[in-house]
Design a protein around this ligand. Structure first.
Ligand SMILES: C[S@@+](CC[C@H](N)C(=O)[O-])C[C@H]1O[C@@H](n2cnc3c(N)ncnc32)[C@H](O)[C@@H]1O
Length: 305
C-alpha cells in the first residue's frame, strides 16, 4: 500500500467511526457550534449564486458536494434553494449510509461513495453548476491534490463555481478548541449546576470536575491531550440519565467525538495560499481566497476555465 493509500484509509476509518457516534454535529444540526453553522451559511450563499446563475442561463442547476460527510451542507441547501439536483460524494461507507438514510425521501438528492480520485467515474463531465468541498480539501494529500483539482474542474461546466475551504498552515487545533470550547461546553452549564439539588453528590462532583477541566483548558492551564483524556474519563462515569439531564451541548456525542478529533489532527494537510493558487491556476480563474472559519481556514471561490 502506498503512503497516499494508507493516508486515505486512515482518514476514512476515522470518519466511519464518527458516523456511528450518536448526536454529533454530523447528525444533529442543533449541535453545530457557531463557526461551523456560519461556515455552512457562507457556503450556502455562494452556492445559491451559482445555482441561480445556471437557472437564469437556461441550464439545469446541479450542485456536487465532495466529501459530503453526513450531508449537512446538502441539508442546508435543500432548505435554502429547493429544486436543483444535489449530489454528495463521500469516501466513508458509514457516512454514505447515514446520508442516504437522511435523504431517503428527497428525490433531488443522490449520494455516491467516492472521492476526489473518482469524480469523473460518478458525475458526467461538464455537468455541475457548482462543486464544493466544505471542510474537506485538507484531507487530500499534496501528492493527490493536482489530480484532485483536475477532477473537480472536469465535472464543472465552463464558468461553473468551485468553493472550498482548507486549513491554513498556521491552523492549530488546540488554539481553535480553546477559542470555541465555551460554545461546546455552554456557559449555561454553570447556571444549571447551581440549580441542581437532586443529583447525588458523587455525580455532582464528576459534573463539577468536567466544568473545572473546561475552565482550566480555556485558560491555557491544561493541554489538549490531557483535557480530552480527563473529560472523557469523567463523562464515562456519569450515567446516561445524568448526561441527558445536562445542558444539550454537554450531554451528547460531542464529548465522545473529541478523541476522534484529536486522531484526525495529524491527518490534516495544511495548504498555504501560494500552494492553493498554484493548484488552482491550470484549471480555474481565482475569484477570491479569504480568511475563513475563525481565520484558521482559507475560503476559495474560483471559476472553471
Ligand atoms: C470534516 S468532514 C466534513 C464533512 C462535510 N463536508 C461537512 O462539512 O459537514 C470531511 C469529509 O471529507 C471526506 N474526505 C476525506 N478525504 C476525501 C477525499 N479525498 N475526497 C472526498 N472526500 C474526502 C471525509 O470522509 C469526511 O466525510
Amino acid at each position: 500500500m502506498t503512503a497516499t493509500d494508507a493516508h486515505s484509509k486512515s482518514v476514512t476509518a476515522v470518519f466511519d467511526e464518527y458516523a456511528l457516534l450518536p448526536d454529533t454535529y454530523y447528525t444533529n444540526p442543533n449541535l453545530q457550534i457557531p463557526i461551523i453553522a456560519e461556515s455552512y451559511s457562507k457556503f450556502a450563499g455562494l452556492i445559491a449564486f451559482f445555482l441561480y446563475s445556471a437557472k437564469f442561463s437556461g441550464r439545469r442547476p446541479v450542485h456536487v458536494d465532495v466529501g459530503s460527510g453526513s450531508g449537512n451542507l446538502i441539508d442546508v441547501m435543500l432548505k435554502t434553494v429547493p429544486g436543483p439536483d444535489y449530489i454528495g460524494i463521500e469516501p466513508s461507507g458509514a457516512m454514505v449510509k447515514l446520508s442516504r438514510k437522511r435523504f431517503a425521501d428527497s428525490d433531488s438528492v443522490q449520494i455516491y461513495q467516492g472521492s476526489t480520485s473518482t469524480l469523473t467515474d460518478i458525475v458526467e463531465e461538464g455537468s455541475a453548476s457548482v462543486v464544493t468541498m466544505h471542510n474537506a480539501f485538507h484531507y487530500v494529500s499534496p501528492d493527490q491534490a493536482v489530480s484532485a483539482m483536475s477532477q473537480l474542474r472536469a465535472i464543472l461546466q465552463p464558468g461553473g463555481g468551485l468553493i472550498l475551504s482548507a486549513f491554513r498552515p498556521d491552523f492549530d487545533l488546540e488554539v481553535l478548541a480553546r477559542k470555541n470550547i465555551r460554545a461546546v461546553y455552554s456557559d449555561k452549564f454553570q447556571e444549571w449546576l447551581r440549580d441542581q439539588v437532586s443529583i447525588p453528590p458523587q455525580l455532582m462532583s464528576y459534573a463539577l470536575a468536567i466544568e473545572n477541566l473546561v475552565t482550566q483548558f480555556e485558560g491555557g492551564n491544561l493541554g489538549i491531550a490531557d483535557f480530552f483524556k480527563n473529560v472523557a474519563e469523567y463523562t464515562s462515569r456519569l450515567p446516561k440519565e445524568c448526561l441527558n439531564a445536562l445542558p444539550v451541548r454537554l450531554s451528547n456525542g460531542l464529548i465522545s467525538s473529541m478523541p476522534l478529533e484529536f486522531q484526525l489532527n495529524p491527518l490534516v494537510h495544511k495548504y498555504s495560499r501560494e500552494a492553493l493558487t498554484s493548484l488552482l491556476i491550470p484549471h480555474f480563474s481565482i475569484k477570491s481566497i479569504d480568511d475563513h472559519y475563525d481565520g484558521s481556514q482559507h475560503l476559495v471561490v474560483a471559476l472553471a476555465n
